[in-house]
Design a protein around this ligand. Structure first.
Ligand SMILES: [Zn+2]
Length: 196
């Protein structure tokens, strides 16, 4: 548990981890804070976008759509590994998820199977949307996977969290499949190694 870091600290944490970062529009103040809480924060959530093309993907994650206003995450991780910051604060990415999973994230223990959607995740998780069609066939380039590892590690490093604070959307909310194409256990292993 921790208060969220400032937008500037978030930007610097990503840069210090060696990431290439693009700041999109008014990302520092683009959020859903008027609709609910942001913080205390407990972890980092990884998603795939089901989109193709970085420009369109970044635009969608910034603006959202009629049924779900943006921002839809904090950072968009493109195929080339660049991180595009589209919002900061409460964002529409995690939705309602399983309170038992949140308890496990807080304890940094093995996650239980996701069962119910009873807990607000948008207050508790930093969110990264990764450009991928999510069909299990669209490749995940090495540069993109490395950027996911670095982005998650950057947030963990700032807060003093271990890799157990990094989860996939599919581990949070019943019915979700993202990210598809790599396993979160493998990604957590990479984050663990990076944080050593
Ligand atoms: Zn998702």
């Amino acid at each position: 548990m921790a208060p969220p870091m400032s937008a500037t600290d978030f930007l610097n944490a990503l840069k210090d981890e060696g990431l290439s970062v693009v700041q999109v529009g008014d990302w520092r103040t683009h959020n859903r804070n008027g609709q609910g809480a942001w913080g205390p924060v407990h972890g980092v959530m990884i998603h795939h976008t089901v989109t193709k093309g970085t420009a369109a993907t970044v635009q969608l994650c910034k603006d959202g759509h009629a049924a779900l206003p943006g921002p839809l995450c904090h950072g968009v991780i493109a195929k080339d590994g660049t991180v595009h910051l589209v919002g900061y604060g409460r964002a529409n990415h995690a939705g309602l998820g399983d309170g038992d999973v949140l308890d496990a994230v807080i304890a940094e223990k093995r996650l239980p199977p996701v069962g119910v959607a009873d807990t607000d995740g948008n207050r508790a998780f930093y969110g990264f949307e990764c450009e991928n069609l999510g069909d299990g066939e669209d490749p995940w380039p090495a540069a993109q996977l490395a950027a996911i590892e670095k982005a998650a590690a950057a947030v963990c490093r700032h807060h003093g969290w271990a890799a157990g604070s990094v989860i996939g959307h599919l581990e949070w909310q019943p019915g979700k499949i993202d990210p598809k194409g790599f396993t979160m256990d493998v990604m957590r292993g990479r984050v663990r190694d990076r944080l050593k």
